[in-house]
Design a protein around this ligand. Sequence first.
Ligand code: ZN
Length: 410
Amino acid sequence: MTDTLIKVDLSDSPYNNEKIHNRWHPDIPMVEWVEPGDDFRIETFDWTGGQIKNDDDASDVRDVELEQVHFLSGPIGVKGAEPGDLLVVDILDIGAVEDSLWGFNGFFSKQNGGGFLTEHFPEAQKSIWDFEGMFTRSRHIPGVSYAGLIHPGLIGCLPDRALLDEWNTRETALFNTEPDRIPALAALPEDGGKAHMGKMTGEARDAAAAEAARTVPPREHGGNCDIKDLSRGSKVYFPVYVDGAGLSMGDLHFSQGDGEITFCGAIEMAGWLHIRVSLIKGGMQKYGIKNPIFRPSPMTPNYKDHLIFEGISVDEGGGQHYLDVHIAYRQACLNAIEYLKKFGYSGAQAYSILGTAPVQGHISGVVDIPNACATLWLPTEIFDFDIMPNADGPKIHVDGSVDMPLAKDL
Ligand code: ZN
C-alpha cells in the first residue's frame, strides 16, 4: 500500500494545512522525508484553494485573490539529495478526487490578472467542466468533449538563497520599467498576510514571506511551466539547489491547450499524484542541465487530425513586429476564434476551447524577416460535428442561448 504523505481537506482552508505553501523560499521546512526509490501519493488543492465554485456565476473569478496562489503540496525532502544533483520524478499516475469530479476554466478580468487575450476579453467569465471518467464536457460550451491529458501545472524544487536573490533582482528590474502597468509586468514578493510559508512561524516566517518568490512564473527550477505533456507516465529531471531537494507540486489540470492562454487557467482541479523519486548525483553538470528536462508519457490522447491556424507577427492594428512569436501565436489564436464563431460559438466559448482542449501550439518559423510564424493545431475529433471547411459553408451547430457565465451584478 502506497503511503499518502500529504492529505488535503477540500472543505477546509489551505492555510490550516501546514503541508501546503504558496511561495518559494529556501527556508520553508520539509514536511516529509523519503528515500531515493520510494513511491508515494500527494494530494493537492486546486491552485486557488477552492476560491472558484461549481456554479453559474463568474463573480468568484472576477474577485479572485491572486495573492493567495498557487497552493502547493510539499516540500518533500529526498534523503541524500544535494545541490547539483538531478531529482528524477516519475509521475506514475494522477487523478481527480472522488467527491470533486469537476474543474473550472475562465478568464480573469483585465483589472485583476488578465490573460493572453485580455484586450479582447477584458471581463471575467468562467466555464465548468464535468469529468466523465477519462473524458470531460462542459454545460457552458456545447458540442465538444475531450480525453484528459492530466498533468501538474506546477512542480519543482526549492531554490537556494543565490537563486532566490537572482529571481528577485531580475524580476524587480523588469517590473520597475513600467510599475503602473495593468496587468503588471511581474508578480513581485508580497506577504499581505496571504503568504503561506508551510510550517514557518513568527519572525522567521514574516521575514521569509516578505522576500519569498511568487509561484506565478516558470523559472530555472521548473515551477509553473504549465506543460500539458508533463502528464501521467512522464519522467522529469529537476535541478537540485538545496539539501533534500524540496519537491513541491500542485495546480493540477485535467486538460490544457499549449500556452494555457486563458490564464484562469486550463481545466483546473483538485486531485492527487502518485510519484516515485530517485537521484542522479552531480547530474546537473554531467548533463549540462540548467532547466528541467523530461520524457513525455507513453499514453496520450490519440487525436491525429487537426485544423491548423497560422499567425504572423503583425498585430490587430496592422502594426509590423520583428519576429515576435508572442504576437504571431496571438494572431493564430484569434484566427481560430473567428473561425469557431461561424459554427455558433461565442468568442468566449471559442477562447475557452483553445485554453482547455489538447490544442498544440508550434513555433513554425523564426527566421523569415520580419515575420515570425506560429501555428495553432486544433484537434478536429473533439467536436461533435464536422468543423472542416467545405463548399456549402459553415452550419450553426451550437445553441446560442448557452454561454459562459459573467459576474452576476455586471
Ligand atoms: Zn493551472
